[in-house]
Write a protein that binds this ligand. Sequence first.
Ligand code: GUN
Ligand code: FE
Length: 417
Amino acid sequence: MELYHGNFVTSSSIEKLESCTDSYLAVENGVIAGIYPCLPETLRGAPVVELGEDVLIPAFSDLHVHAPQYPQRGLAMDELLHDWLEKHTFPLEARFADLDYARHVYDAFTDEMLARGTMHAVVFGTVHTPATLYLLERMEQKGMLGYVGKVNMDTDSPDSLRESCAGSLAETERFLDACSDSRNVRPILTPRFAPTCTWELLCALGRLTQKYGVGVQTHLVESFWEAAEARRRFPHCSCDTEIYERAGLLDGACVVGAHFIFPSEEDIHILLRHNGFAVQCPDATVSVIAGIMRAGALADRGVRLALGTDLGAGHNLGVYSQVGRAVQLSKLKAFYEPDGNRAISFAQAFYMATRGGGSLFGKVGALEPGYRFDALRLGGLADAYENLSPVQIVERFCYLGDKSHIRARYLAGRRLD
Ligand code: GUN
Ligand code: FE
C-alpha cells in the first residue's frame, strides 16, 4: 500500500471537475484503494508521498494518433488534407517498409507519449505488418493500454502503399493472429478512410470483425472533401458512417471515428446505435482539415466524445494541449455558427481527455477507488504572489503547460523514470 497526500483533481462527470484538497489517496497493487479526507487509522505506517503544492491528476488518453507521422510533426502545416497526404504523409509512411527505421521512430514516439502524460491510446500504424507489430509490442512492454491498427488501403493511394484487396486482408489476418498474446494493447481494424478503400475490402474487413471480435478505427466525416468523396464512391450509402455499418465494421469490440466534423443526422444516429466514439482533434482540424467539431451539440445528443492529437496533422503529442484548444474552437464554432452550437466548458474538455476517452480502455482516466492508478503529478505552474486552486493549476497546465510541468508519472502504480 502506498499513500499520496495533497491535492487531487478528477472529472466526476462530463460537466463536473472535482478536487480533493489536503487528502490521502491509497494505492494497492496498482489500483486506487481509497481517497480519504483524513488518514484512516488502519493506514498509519504506510509510506506517504507528500505532494506539497503539486496537484495529482489522472493520466491522459489519446484516441486518435498516427505513430509513423512522428517525424513530420510541426512540418508542412500550411497544406490541406489531400495535398498534405500526397506530398508529405504517404511518402513518409512508405519508409516503414524498413523495420529498422520503424523501430527508431516507434521507440521515440512511445517514449514521448509517456513523457507527455499519455498512457492509453488508439494508434494508426502503416500498411506494414512487421512495423505495426513492433509498435504494438513496444506499447505493451511499456505497460500502456491501447489499440493499434495495421492500416488498410487498396485504392487511390501511391504504389508504395497501395495493397491489393486480397493482400490487405491476408496481412490483416497475419497481424491479428500475431498479437493474440498481447494483453493490454490490442489490435484494431484500421481502414484508412473511405477514399482509399474499396467496398470489397471494407466488407471483407467487416467479416473479420465477426471472426476476431475486434473493433474498428477510421477517419469519419473528416472534411468536406472526404465526405463528398465517400458519397461519390459509395452511392448506395447515404452517409460516411453508413458505409462502415453496411460493411459490418461497426459490430466489433469498439468503434472509434476520428474528427466527425460534418456529420448528417444519419451519421449521428448510426454512431449512437453502435455506442461509438467521435474523437475531436483540435490542432489537426485547424492545421490540415479546416473544420470544427460540434462538440457541445454532439455531447448534448449523447455521443461519446474524446480527444486525440492526430499527430502529425496535429503538431503536439500532449493531449493536455488539446484540452484548451477544444474549448477555444468550440467558442469560434458557437460565434460563427450560433445555430445549434454551444461553447464547451473546461470541465467538459478535460473529461474528454481523461475519463471520457479513458472509458474505452476500462477503469482508467479518473482518480477514484477501483480505477488503475495511472496519474500525473503537476507542478511549477503556480505564482508565488497568487493563490490558485488545484483546478486552476490544472486549467493553466492545459493551456500553457509542457512536459516539464509533469513532475512524476505513475503507470499502474509504478513511478516511471
Ligand atoms: N485521412 C486519411 N489519412 C489521414 C491521416 O493520416 N491523417 C489525417 N488527419 N487524416 C487522414
Ligand atoms: Fe488522423
